[in-house]
Design a protein around this ligand. Structure first.
Ligand code: ASP
Length: 337
């Protein structure tokens, strides 16, 4: 594995990711995808390092994928489960993180239902001068950087399987359809896809896509906000979003985050915003569909489409997730030394 330049100490958000960083992630993940195709799928890169997974919210894909990635890199892994931990005895989240630090943790992967928890832990680790690198594995409605990076890798490998590059995304139309309001996946993807030059069309009912969404989203970074406001279009109907799209990313309705009645019914939602073969007929002929999972079959996407390898990149996203997370652990783990 060639030495890559990597100066980032934590991965909390993609808002300030540079094009060079996206490119490095793609190239490193490509190498690890090759490792994962070998008979022996393990490399000694992180031997002796401890990767701790602190998941305060349920997860199937992200947790298992980070854990497998760490194991493939020969790291030792620790897994924290809130229900059986000392959190139930009143221990604070920061004290929990410090306990794992005292055990020799080098990298922490954190998911929490509240936005800002991974950042707070990263700041505490820095204050203590610990050198621990923190990954945000999904915080509330804020961000899910590793998901957006695996989505980017999946899109770029679908465009150019042998040598995925971000330049392939320039001018591609990507429709993101579904519960955008509650989606940290959409927020992270907006940073990466627009930075790489894609045109992003968001589609959802008005209750799940406030009119000011893209403007308020772009506000924190002046130089990126110009690009974002011209590259993001919002629609309250699905047709203009998917018309001539190269990729359609559909998102789960996050019922656990909906505090009010935001939709008439799931059936009506499917009729108006569900991804079906009829709707895909409006897209480019070689359109591909993505979904971060978990999927409500028959709600955001029709069940048969999900299983159609000619159209669905969903299993690829999961497989690529391991290679991309190996790349992230490798880049952070080796730059610390
Ligand atoms: N798995 C993704 C997340 O954790 C998407 C979802 O849950 O719908 O944000």
């Amino acid at each position: 594995m060639a030495e890559a330049t990597w100066n980032r100490h934590h991965i909390i958000s993609l808002a300030d990711f540079t094009l060079a960083e996206y490119e490095t992630v793609l190239q490193t993940a490509t190498s690890f995808l090759e490792v994962l195709s070998r008979r022996t799928k393990k490399v000694p890169t992180l031997q002796g390092q401890v990767v701790t997974h602190l998941f305060f919210e349920p997860s199937t894909r992200t947790r298992s994928s980070f854990e497998l990635a760490a194991k493939r890199l020969s790291a030792d892994t620790l897994n924290f489960a809130p229900g059986t931990s000392s959190l139930t005895k009143g221990e604070t989240i920061l004290d929990t993180a410090k306990t794992y630090l005292a055990m020799g943790t080098d990298l922490m992967v954190i998911r929490h239902q509240q936005a800002g928890v991974p950042l707070a832990i990263a700041q505490e680790m820095d204050r203590l001068g610990s050198g621990v690198g923190v990954f945000n594995a999904g915080d509330g409605q804020h961000e899910h950087p590793s998901q957006a990076l695996l989505d980017l890798f999946t899109i770029c490998t679908s465009l150019s399987p042998d040598y995925p590059q971000i330049s392939a995304l320039k001018g591609k139309k990507i429709a993101i359809v579904g519960d955008i309001l509650h989606s940290r996946v959409a927020r992270s993807n907006l940073w990466s896809l627009t930075a790489c030059g894609a045109d992003v069309h968001l589609a959802a009912p008005p209750t799940l896509l406030p009119k000011q969404f893209s403007a308020s989203f772009a506000a924190p970074l002046a130089e990126q906000s110009k690009a974002i406001s011209t590259q993001i279009k919002t629609h309250w109907k699905i047709e203009p979003a998917v018309q001539d799209a190269d990729f359609v990313m559909t998102l789960r309705l996050q019922k656990e985050r909906m505090t009010r009645y935001l939709l008439p019914s799931l059936r009506e939602y499917h009729q108006q915003f569900g991804i079906t073969r009829d709707r895909l007929a409006l897209c480019k002929p070689d359109v591909k569909v993505l979904h971060p999972g978990p999927v409500n079959r028959g709600v955001e996407i029709s069940s048969d489409l999900m299983d159609d390898p000619a159209l669905s990149l969903i299993p690829k996203q999961v497989a690529n997730g391991v290679a991309v997370r190996m790349a992230l652990l490798y880049l952070m783990g080796t730059s610390r030394n």
